[in-house]
Design a protein around this ligand. Structure first.
Ligand code: MN
Ligand code: MN
Length: 303
């Protein structure tokens, strides 16, 4: 089990580092997403969830739809969030990069974006140094919040880290980015994805209508043959982990798929992960590592 977590972590770390070098002016988001997903497979892992590339005020849960025409431009604040699994044991990690090439932003704006990244870095480091068996999750949140507010920014209050289990990306525990009242304690062997988000806006995210990521929830019967076929495909290929609309279009026609996916979401056979945007439109930086809780600290699998 530990070996699988370690292998998944090494894959994520390598692919994250290779992919981050590609983040330049003019890069198509879909090319970045497909690079990451293909590299995870090449390195011997499974894709734990569709590669997320969330730009500027888009905070999380964006992956390319088929034929995505969105392009990264110079100065963009690009959050790359990726996950691999080995035997179902998951590594989840994210990094924020300022897209290079050209000079579209003022120096002040660029400096601020660098400071957002540094604050997400500092908050993650503090969180990780707090982790050990017996610590309450709210104490991690308090440290993250203090680190970020001391640097003059705000954490995103309604996004949190999470525990991981085999084939389960979000198992029971939440790791908050603010001080809250949760009394849960960490135990030796818990696996956690810790992910502070930092902004100079109001510090909340809201759903936007765009949905490109889904997760199977429960079996349902449908009258439409096509919808049955799509659900069977989902159950067979993605019974536990999130999947993207884009992956399904390798098997199904986009237009007909749209109708089926709507039917499946409406009846709660699948869960739609809406793309999240910072409520005030401010830009956001994120950093994430996966750690295994030990008696006197933790082991970072994705470093
Ligand atoms: Mn992540
Ligand atoms: Mn995560």
């Amino acid at each position: 089990m530990i070996e699988s977590y370690e292998k998944a972590g090494k894959i994520v770390s390598k692919v994250r580092n290779d992919a981050s070098k590609l983040i330049n002016d003019g890069l198509a988001i879909i090319d970045l997403v497909e690079f990451v997903e293909n590299e995870i497979i090449k390195e011997g892992g499974g894709i734990a969830f569709p590669c997320n590339v969330s730009v500027n005020e888009i905070t999380a849960h964006y992956t390319s739809p088929p034929n995505d025409e969105n392009i990264i431009t110079s100065g963009d604040l690009v959050k790359l969030d990726l996950g691999a699994e080995v035997n179902g044991y998951i590594a989840d990690s994210a990094i924020t990069i300022i897209a290079k090439g050209g000079n579209d932003l003022s120096d002040d704006e660029t400096n601020k974006n660098e400071s957002l990244i540094e604050a997400s870095d500092a908050a993650l480091n503090v969180a990780i140094s707090t982790v050990k068996a017996g610590v309450e999750v709210k104490d991690i949140g308090a440290e993250v919040e203090k680190t970020i507010t001391d640097l003059g920014f705000s954490p995103i209050r309604n996004l949190a880290g999470h525990s991981l289990e085999q084939w389960n990306l979000h198992s029971g525990l939440s790791i908050p980015n603010v001080k809250d009242n949760r009394g849960e304690k960490l135990e030796e062997g818990d696996v956690l994805a810790i992910e502070p988000f930092v902004t100079d806006g109001v510090g909340y995210v809201v759903d936007i209508p765009t949905v490109n990521i889904f997760k199977f929830l429960k079996n349902r019967s449908f009258r439409l043959q096509y919808t049955k076929k799509v659900l069977n495909h989902i159950k067979r290929n993605y019974p536990y982990l999130p999947f993207s609309f884009r992956w399904l279009t390798e098997e199904f026609n986009s237009n007909r798929l749209n109708n089926s996916i709507r039917e499946l979401s409406d009846s709660m056979a699948i869960y739609p992960y809406h793309t999240l945007r910072e409520k005030s439109g401010a830009w956001v930086a994120q950093k994430e590592h996966t750690v295994i809780v030990e008696k006197e600290g933790c082991y970072i699998t994705t470093v």
